[in-house]
Design a protein around this ligand. Structure first.
Ligand code: SAH
Length: 258
């Protein structure tokens, strides 16, 4: 199953054990841990027995970007909606889509640290954000219990269901997170070059664009086209009125169809 649970900066090894146990219960096997306070496979399997198949293959990485680079669908989790508008979903609502997306490419589900959850920057990397319904007076679940509830919904949704529709011949499959990040950099550069931001905060504009694109499933071809739009705007402005601008032999960024 192509679903990776990503723990961002977990502070307590006992919680990692609890997460691994919940994953084993619900048939998930891929774990990535970003900059953990401590990571000791022997102590983790001491907390969660018979989970060596998960713990020994856990990827421990330094940055969230590294953990997500290959993912084609990134889902965040948060105890409560934050000020910024995002694509918030209930786990039940999103589970079957996650199951389907896992057939097209790697899916990552990201959980935040125990004391402060995921930062805005981390949530920016997520296409959708799961909020598990809880009592409003106690919204925040224990990390491992949050993983358990999400994994349970995935289990019920049948993470083995095949994709419903065949994809078009031209489709390159969904864009990877690293390609999407490059696309956003290109869009930001293009918008800056035409002085779009003015009084607007680039960060907020980009967050809205991320939310819009997060709701769609851009394939690699589509993300390259949007990237090319950004770079073409920037390049055109940089060239000014130079007649060579339209010279097709000029090297420039185009959406390749490979
Ligand atoms: N004090 C933090 C809570 C962190 S709990 C805060 O208020 O944001 C640690 C992690 O567990 C969160 O980052 C999230 O990944 C997950 N989590 C806890 N409660 C959740 C809920 N109700 N819905 C979704 N995820 C939750």
């Amino acid at each position: 199953m192509n679903i990776t649970i990503v723990l961002h900066e977990p502070q307590d090894l006992v919680n990692i054990g609890g997460v691994v146990r919940a994953m084993a219960n619900m048939g998930l096997e891929r774990l990535a841990v970003v900059d953990p306070a401590e990571f000791d496979p022997r102590r983790i399997t001491g907390v969660a027995h018979r989970t060596e198949h998960i713990v020994e293959r856990t990827r421990v990485v330094a940055t969230l970007e590294e953990a997500l680079a290959e993912a084609t669908f990134v889902v965040g989790t948060s105890a409560r909606p934050r000020t910024a508008q995002r694509n918030y979903r209930r786990p039940r609502e999103l589970a079957s889509r996650i199951a389907r997306r896992a057939h097209d490419g790697p899916v990552a589900i990201v959980f935040g640290r125990e004391d402060r959850g995921l930062s805005n920057e981390a949530l920016d990397r997520c296409h959708e954000v799961i909020v598990i319904p809880t009592s409003p007076s106690h919204a925040s679940l224990n990390l491992a219990q949050a993983v358990l509830l999400v994994a349970y919904e995935l289990f019920l949704a049948g993470t083995g269901t095949p994709a419903e529709l065949p994809t078009g011949k031209r489709s390159l499959g969904p864009a990877r997170a690293a390609e999407l990040e490059e696309m956003y950099r290109a869009l930001e550069a293009g918008l800056a070059s035409i002085d779009f931001f003015k009084a607007r905060k680039p960060e907020s504009v980009l967050r809205v664009l991320r939310t819009i694109f997060g709701r769609t499933t851009l394939d690699a071809h589509e993300s390259r086209l949007v990237r090319a739009i950004g770079y073409e705007m920037r390049n055109r402005v940089a060239r000014g009125d130079d007649p060579a601008a339209d010279d097709p032999s000029n090297p420039r960024e185009v959406a390749s169809s490979d």
